[in-house]
Design a binder for this molecule. Structure first.
Ligand code: HEC
Length: 296
């Protein structure tokens, strides 16, 4: 008469974790990373647990009913065999019965060299570990070939997109530069160059040499609102020009955020003060201003 020998408090978590593992390995869809905590998954596991408990109790019931059909002696025999300490029998199963072990050693005598080989059985844990490597490698082999799981390109792509999102969130929440706290930052010049190309090059040309708008690389300025050159640039990009609405208020109208205006201002300051001047440029407009206060 056979019966589940493994106690339910081991078999139920074991089955659940196998299901979970299969879920994790084969059904993992990277677009729904939170599916493990999804209510449907939780219900699925709950129902599974309940079903397993029900199965276990039915199994127990059947065992008890069948037990009644045996004679007292047989019953006692069966109970003694089945209800022994589970952990001790597990230990014996894995590491061999210490009483048995000596009897089972085989000796192979090769004869010619007087060396006797002991042909011990391999311990069960070792053999099982060996089979586990088979299972492990086949899971990885197939999932690597056919699924997203453990595919490095997919993983790279996902973490790349995740990082971009994090940067976006960071940029959104980070305090924006204002005319009061913004200063020229050389490391922002390259970013500013890109933004300038996108937003300003139609009117100022990408090197700032002027088109519809004035040349931004010379010492002539139509608008002088601030004493400091960098702040003056920031001010005009933020507020636009009062004299000519074509130069619109990019910051005030929220078309460009403060941090990006800081980048663009750094670029404009750079091409005006530090970079080489473009050979071809629009002729000067406004007044020549050489004296800018250094500011911060
Ligand atoms: C639609 C065309 C247009 C666009 C786009 C434009 N500007 Fe202008 N910009 C002008 C005009 C026209 C002026 C001259 C304003 C005036 O006469 O007061 C000007 C003036 C300026 C000035 C002041 C120059 C001075 O001599 O006073 C700065 C600095 C400037 N623009 C930077 C930018 C930046 C940076 C961008 C991109 C974010 C930009 N502009 C986008 C047309 C434009």
């Amino acid at each position: 008469m056979n019966r589940y020998k493994i106690p339910y408090f081991i078999i139920i978590p074991f089955i659940l974790s196998v299901i979970w593992f299969i879920f994790y390995t084969f059904l993992k869809s990277y677009d729904h990373i939170n599916y493990i905590t999804h209510p449907i998954t939780i219900y699925f596991f709950l129902i599974n647990t309940i079903l397993l408990i029900v199965l276990e109790s039915i199994n127990n019931l059947i065992f008890k009913i069948r037990l009644k059909s045996f004679s007292y002696k047989e019953r006692k025999n069966i109970l003694e065999k089945k209800e022994g300490n589970y952990f001790y029998s597990l230990y014996k199963f894995i590491f061999f019965d210490p009483k048995k072990i000596n009897k089972e050693i085989k000796k192979i005598d090769h004869g010619f060299d007087v060396i006797i080989e002991l042909d011990n059985k391999l311990p069960i844990w070792w053999i099982h570990l060996f089979y586990t490597t088979f299972i492990f490698s086949s899971i990885y082999f197939f999932s690597y070939l056919f699924m997203d799981f453990s595919n490095p390109y997919k993983e790279y792509d996902i973490s790349y997109r995740k990082q971009l999102k994090e940067i976006e969130i960071f940029e959104k929440n980070v305090p924006q530069a204002t005319i009061e706290n913004s200063i020229f930052k050389k490391y922002l010049v390259n970013d500013g160059k890109l933004l300038f190309k996108e937003n300003c090059a139609t009117c100022h040309k990408s090197d700032g040499s002027g088109n519809i708008g004035p040349n931004l690389t010379d010492e002539y300025w139509i608008n002088k609102v601030e004493k400091d050159l960098y702040k003056n640039i920031f001010y005009i990009i933020w507020n636009g020009s009062e004299k000519n609405p074509a130069m619109r208020p990019f910051g005030k109208s929220k078309e460009i955020k403060g941090n990006d205006i800081e980048k663009i201002s750094s670029y404009v300051y750079f091409i005006n003060r530090i970079d080489k001047k473009p050979l071809i440029h629009k002729s000067p407009q406004g007044e020549k201003i050489l004296e800018w206060s250094k500011g911060i």
